[in-house]
Design a binder for this molecule. Structure first.
Ligand SMILES: [Zn+2]
Ligand SMILES: [Zn+2]
Length: 657
């Protein structure tokens, strides 16, 4: 028999006299690697293959061990089966269904006569630990379909029978864990249950079989698993942090916004919240000047003819609000600024020399979202965006995308948001325009990202109905990812509106339209930002930059003087003159996360100085007024994330941002 060659990532080749499994290849390299093998990537395939997979001649493989981030997929997938085994060892009458891996963990849906209690979850976790400790061997068998159906039928596993019947395959994969327990699966699975070392059972929820409310109700258990204890601990810590940082809770504590049942999903920004909102838009406005945008103000309500032309009528109407202004004219409240901007562009003749033509609009938008999907200020019906549209030639697209990315980086850096990932979202099912146009648009976005050396992932089918887009996914302080900025290429809307410019050749051409936003929906951004910084806004963004507090009435006149001077310098300061104890006032200011808490006693009054308390607990005694004003103004003008007076404790840095 001729030799079978398996190629390794370092270009070396291993030869076998038979078709080896992934694990056999690992064993041929060394026992240490074999012990840690969890699966393999074969021929750059997207899915990770089971370590028991039999390889073909000339296959290229990359063995996955706990060191690879991808190994989490195998660990979590196997942990879902571990959980199913644990549940059935405790309650043999509970039947299994499916247990997929999800972001940050996995779940398993059980057909259970009981709803699991928190005590039950503890039991499940200890049983999982017990099985993992036993290091139950995982083995794979291939069963004929009939045998599998008969076996699961006998066990009363009706959902497994249904799955096998739906698969329509002659043979199915069965994984045994230990001697007795087994589940239907495709893999990939670990070698033995002892490889699953760090896991936590988290919560339960009701769920329907196949997500359909006409089907039987199941009991879902959520859990997570990691490669080591440290990562698991960090994740559980972040979960706790997420609860503490919830913008609905923090926003209420800081008094930033409110809601009313008469206008669901539509936040009211209080005077304090409005300061944050306006500071953000003001900052973006200053950059518009630098990056060559002109701000415009456009109408709120349009005849539906506009939306029939733009494509919103066909593709977005279920999210729009309509109104009848007189007998026959149906109008719609704008859900996006783009169609209005097309009317503006069309109102004048444009030469290629005027392109790119960039217009920005903070106009209020209304989009209907189902009440079930509303969430604080991160999912709303009334919103504004840092929205702009760029009309340009196809040749200009690349430099426009580059310029957008530098603007985005500048803004995210200023806001203390350095971590983000880029995704390229391609054509969705519901779309307008020909495939040829989509091909061109998708290619040019990918090319621009390549030229900038920006690594990106493809998000199949996630594009807007009018064009593909670049999505910026910001990773926050507790490692959660949020889609914020976008840049979308649109060849369709300019065509629908008959937009033209006169080219160098003196004839008419259709411009490309780029839709872009850096922060996206401002309401949503503020919600996410609150959770990112845990309400500790940088001084320039904080509604209360300075609070002045007196020890006794004796210092009230000096405090008034100080606040007047601060206001003259355009600083948001107030005097807490209540006759409460100083400690009480400080505690309250601390809860409001005010960057500068000034305490004034007789000593400060006499020397015309200030004593400063920072929100990390640090204090500075008797600083001269001038020095304080200088530091404060520097903090604000430099858009610092924290006061320059704060001495950052290295170990604390991660916590803060
Ligand atoms: Zn499985
Ligand atoms: Zn747009």
């Amino acid at each position: 028999m001729s030799k079978i060659s398996i190629r390794l990532p370092d270009q070396s080749v291993k030869e076998f006299d038979h078709n080896p499994t992934v694990l056999e290849v690992a064993e041929s390299i060394g026992p240490g690697l074999a012990k840690n093998t969890l699966g393999a990537r074969v021929n750059d395939d997207k899915d990770i293959k089971d370590l028991r997979t039999v390889l073909n001649d000339n296959d290229q493989i990359q063995i996955i061990t706990p060191k690879d981030e991808d190994s989490l997929e195998v660990i979590r997938h196997s942990a879902a089966h571990l959980m199913a085994q644990a549940v059935q060892e405790i309650w043999p009458d509970v039947k299994v269904t499916i247990g997929p891996v999800i972001d940050n963990g996995f779940f398993y849906d059980f057909d259970s006569p009981r709803a699991f209690t928190p005590e039950d979850l503890e039991k499940v976790e200890s049983k999982m630990k017990e099985i993992a400790k036993r290091k139950d061997e995982v083995t794979r068998e291939i069963w004929p379909k009939e045998k599998a159906i008969e076996t699961f039928k006998k066990m009363g596993e009706r959902f497994k029978v249904e799955i096998i019947e739906d698969l329509g395959e002659d043979e199915v994969g069965i994984y045994k864990q230990g001697e007795h327990w087994f589940d239907l699966c495709r893999g990939p699975h670990v070698q033995n249950m002892g490889q699953i070392k760090s896991f936590k059972v988290l919560s339960t929820a009701g769920a329907y079989w196949r997500g359909d409310s006409n089907n039987p109700q199941l009991q879902r258990i959520y859990a997570t698993a990691f490669n080591d204890k440290k990562e698991l601990k960090q994740y559980l810590h972040n979960l706790e942090e997420a609860k503490k940082r919830d913008h609905r809770k923090v926003g209420k504590e800081l008094g930033l916004f409110m809601f009313h049942e008469w206008t669901p999903g539509s936040p009211f920004f209080t005077p304090k919240g409005t300061v944050v909102y306006n500071q953000l838009t003001q900052y973006i406005r200053e950059l518009y000047n630098k990056y060559g945008y002109q701000e415009v103000i456009t109408p709120q309500i349009f005849d539906v003819e506009l939306y029939k032309t733009s494509g919103h009528w066909d593709n977005f109407s279920e999210n729009m609000y309509f109104t009848e202004v007189d007998e026959k004219r149906v109008s719609a409240v704008k859900p996006m600024n783009c169609p209005g901007h097309c009317l503006m562009f069309a109102s004048e003749r444009h030469s290629y020399r005027e392109l790119p033509y960039r217009i920005a609009d903070f106009g209020r938008l209304h989009r209907f979202e189902t009440s079930g999907s509303l969430h604080g200020i991160t999912r709303v019906r009334s919103m504004a965006q840092d929205d702009a549209h760029i009309f340009c030639t196809e040749e200009q697209m690349q430099s426009e995308i580059e310029s957008f990315m530098s603007m985005l980086k500048e803004i995210y850096n200023t806001l203390g948001m350095p971590n983000f990932k880029v995704r390229l979202a391609t054509r969705p099912e519901k779309r307008m325009g020909s495939d040829e146009v989509w091909d061109r648009a998708e290619k040019s976005l990918a090319k621009a990202l390549d030229v900038m050396n920006l690594p990106f992932e493809i998000a199949e089918g996630d594009g807007a109905f009018y064009g593909p887009k670049i999505e910026i996914h910001f990773v926050d302080a507790i490692k959660r990812s949020w889609q914020l900025g976008t840049m979308q290429v649109d060849f369709n809307m300019p065509k629908n509106f008959g937009l033209k410019y006169i080219g160098e050749d003196n004839s008419e051409h259709t411009p490309v339209m780029l839709h872009r936003a850096v922060l996206g929906t401002l309401e949503r951004f503020i919600g996410i930002y609150i959770e990112h910084c845990a309400g500790r806004f940088p001084t320039w963004l904080h509604p209360d930059q300075v609070v002045v507090m007196n020890v006794t009435d004796n210092q009230a006149d000096y405090c008034d003087e100080l606040v007047a001077e601060l206001k003259k310098r355009n600083i948001r300061a107030h005097f807490d003159a209540r006759s409460e104890k100083l400690g009480y006032k400080i505690r309250e200011a601390q809860l409001m996360k005010i960057p500068y808490m000034i305490t004034i006693g007789d000593k400060e009054k006499e020397a015309k100085t200030v004593s400063i308390r920072l929100r990390n607990g640090q204090t500075v005694q008797n600083m001269s007024q001038e020095e304080f004003f200088d530091i404060l103004e520097k903090d604000i003008n430099d858009f610092n994330l924290e006061s320059p007076l704060i001495v950052q404790d290295e170990s604390n840095q991660e916590e803060n941002y």
